[in-house]
Design a protein. Structure first.
Length: 703
């Protein structure tokens, strides 16, 4: 909650900033600041009305950002562990004492093998500076193991790269002109609010909205149609749509001939995917597939733009990369790319000219080639002994911008790894998260309104600048400053460790983005064509949409997209007959904001959504405590009997901190460390479970 200010003579001003969180919208915001005798105080954060994509509107989460920065449980001093790992028992220490000890411990480990040290980070901030700029320099200079940052989007990103050439697509603002919008694997109202505003414009102009999602989300309720397919069956649906486009000749033959490769091969495969075959796999009616294909094909026949908004939920299964490939092929088949309001958008992050080498300085490796470890298998990796294949056992973890104990899959094993007394763990954090409980040192980090940063986006095409609105609270420091000071304590004397944050911001895009525009407006638009692929020109090796990928074939993989069944297929296990997905709760963003009181009050408590059919078969009613379990563990939670969950699928809304769970776990106790077909990503939604009342009620006996 923001502090109460009552000094009438104080002056107020505004500072331009940018939302740091992992969301496609990447909003520009304005922080209202009051200057008092004690210093600057942030009063409120509001959407920047001058930024077209933000339009003065923020989501409920970021609109309460001052409540996060001034939270009474905010970490404002360095902490050193004094109790067992996981106990959360710490004492305060000085920065000098903490950095001196950390540097000494890291030097000792690095002298044996620097690859025994692992950085672990992700999108706690999407900022290019506070994420991996100075941190990248530090770990490159050290020669630590590299981290494969896969936990969110790599399967879909690789699928699009193999088909369209990168994370590229249509511009989000032109969805407002589309006549058919397919929202595929996205609860846009909760996770892409500003895109939803464009959708509403299109709807008012007569567009038809179709949502494809296993869950009846808030977005699905607002669309004209909802196709509730089973998790992991999206590629089958996409291939069946192709089948219908082919047999009805709803195809732009000219566009296919000029701007695509691999059509004969894809055509042959798609013709094997009848709506009836796909419907049996997807758990839907064949008529739904035929109707969707008709709507999509008629846009071509009538010369109308159709657009697909694909999000990352659908690629968190074994065949996620193939599914993204299959969906990415669809717009080219009907020439949707010819319209600026046509095509597909998963991410537009590939259009930003980020100079990562200038920021992270890989030249500091000086020819060394450290191993790369996958962040999605951190549970397994922490338990690996030294071997020729694996390399040195992990002896130190530096965690920043991430909460792996809560968010990494199969968290029971993650906890086991973080509990190792011989793993030295340092966590840069704003709050005492599940992961911070296992740290040897917790170092207090600043929030977005306390530091510089610069941002690309993946849901629109504007770069944004974040300027500090207030001084860091307490003894908190920006991530960049922590790594600068740690580098100094390690004896790293390269000049690059002296670059300040504004210098880093200026280096992020070089001369490709006007920094003065960013300083003045807070954002700058990347210059792009309205319809980037109207005449082909895809950023693939062939410059065409690649239905068939020779690159994948060269790796021994299928060059065509196909449906790959889940590792854990619903209905195939008598012990665990229910598929579980774990999308984010509307008022949280992954594990961020879980401890913001107003947002937690809005969300209520952890729940498992279960259909009336599945609940009745198990004697479960709303409010009952249930155990959700499989061979990997169990999660105790209250049930909510709801039509949001289709029969055969339960929904464990996440990601609550483990310490807030009824038995000290969350949904990731149940997820596996299997990886996707492409991109080495996690398979959070490829998970079978069973659900039972807790404690199990004995049947009544007759007297």
């Amino acid at each position: 909650m923001s502090p109460t200010i009552s000094i009438a003579s104080d002056q107020t001003h505004q500072t331009l900033g940018a939302c740091p969180h992992d969301c496609p919208d990447t909003c520009s915001f304005v922080t209202t600041v009051q200057t008092t005798a004690a210093g600057k105080v942030a009063l409120r954060v509001q959407g920047n009305p001058d930024h077209p994509h933000t339009g003065g509107v923020l989501c409920a989460k970021v609109a309460r950002y001052t409540e996060r920065s001034y939270h009474p449980e905010r970490l404002l001093q360095p902490l050193k562990r004094i109790g067992p790992k996981g106990s959360g028992k710490f004492e305060t220490v000085s920065w000098e004492a903490a950095l001196t000890d950390i540097a000494a411990r890291l030097k000792t480990i690095a002298a044996r093998n620097p690859e025994a040290i692992l950085p672990y980070s992700y999108a706690g901030t999407m900022g290019l500076i506070q994420a991996e700029a100075m941190a990248g320099r530090f770990f490159n200079r050290l020669g630590a193991s590299l981290l494969d940052r896969t936990i969110c989007s790599t399967a879909g990103g690789e699928g699009f790269t193999q088909t369209l050439g990168g994370k590229v697509g249509m511009r989000v603002e032109f969805f407002a002109e589309s006549k058919l919008i397919i929202i595929w694997g996205s609860n846009s109202i909760g996770s892409n609010l500003h895109f939803w505003r464009y959708v509403q414009q299109a709807k008012r102009a007569g567009a038809k909205l179709i949502c494809i999602d296993p869950r009846k989300t808030e977005t699905a309720e607002k669309c004209h149609e909802h196709i509730a397919l089973l998790p992991g069956t999206d590629a089958a649906l996409a291939l069946a749509l192709m089948h219908e486009l082919i047999i009805h000749d709803w195809l732009d033959h000219d566009y296919i001939a000029q701007h695509c490769i691999g059509w004969p091969e894809l055509r042959e495969r798609a013709l094997t995917w009848t709506p009836e075959r796909a419907a049996a796999i997807c758990g839907i009616k064949a008529e739904q597939i035929k109707n969707l294909a008709h709507d999509y094909g008629q846009c071509f026949v009538n010369g109308q733009p159709s657009a697909i908004r694909l999000n990352y939920g659908m690629q968190r299964v074994r065949g996620g990369g193939n599914a993204a490939r299959a969906v990415a092929c669809l717009p080219a088949l009907i020439g949707a790319w010819k319209h600026r309001a046509g095509g597909v958008l998963l991410s537009n992050s590939g259009v930003f000219p980020v100079d990562r080498a200038a920021l992270q300085r890989p030249d500091l490796l000086a020819g060394r080639q450290p191993r790369t470890l996958n962040m999605s298998t951190i549970g397994n990796d922490l338990m690996q002994p030294t071997s020729a294949e694996f390399g040195p056992r992990i002896e130190a973890l530096i965690v920043y911008n991430c909460n792996p104990v809560a968010v990494a899959p199969q968290s029971g094993m993650v906890v086991q790894g973080f509990s190792r007394e011989d793993v030295f763990c340092v966590v840069l954090e704003q709050f005492q998260t599940d992961t911070a409980d296992y740290a040897d040192y917790v170092l207090p980090a600043t929030t977005q309104i306390e530091h510089w940063d610069i941002h690309s986006a993946y849901g629109h095409t504007d770069a944004l600048l974040n300027r500090p609105a207030i001084e860091p609270l307490g003894l908190a420091k920006p991530n960049t400053q922590i790594f600068r000071e740690l580098a100094a304590h390690m004896g790293f004397d390269e000049a690059c460790f002296s670059d300040d944050d504004e210098t880093l911001c200026r280096a992020a895009f070089g001369d490709k983005v006007n920094f003065n525009t960013l300083l003045e407006k807070g954002f700058a638009t990347i210059a792009l064509p309205d319809a980037p692929f109207a005449q082909g020109g895809f950023p693939t090796p062939s410059s065409k949409c690649e239905f068939f990928s020779a690159r994948l074939q060269a790796m021994g993989l299928d060059g065509l997209p196909d449906h790959l069944p889940n590792y854990e297929t619903a209905g195939s296990s008598s012990a665990y007959p229910l598929a579980m997905i774990s999308p984010p709760a509307r008022n949280f963003l992954n594990s961020s904001f879980v401890n913001v009181t107003s947002l937690r009050n809005m969300e209520g408590e952890p729940v498992l959504e279960i259909s009336a059919q599945d609940a009745s078969a198990r004697g479960i009613e709303t409010g009952a405590v249930v155990t959700v379990f499989n061979a990997r563990g169990e999660y105790r939670v209250k049930a909510e009997v709801s039509d949001r969950a289709r029969p055969g699928v339960v929904v464990g809304l996440g990601i609550w901190w483990r310490k807030m769970g009824l038995n000290g776990t969350n949904v990731n106790q149940l997820t596996s460390q299997n990886l996707t077909d492409l991109g080495r990503g996690p398979v959070f939604y490829d998970c079978l479970v069973e659900v039972s009342l807790w404690p199990i009620q004995a049947p009544a006996t007759n007297p």
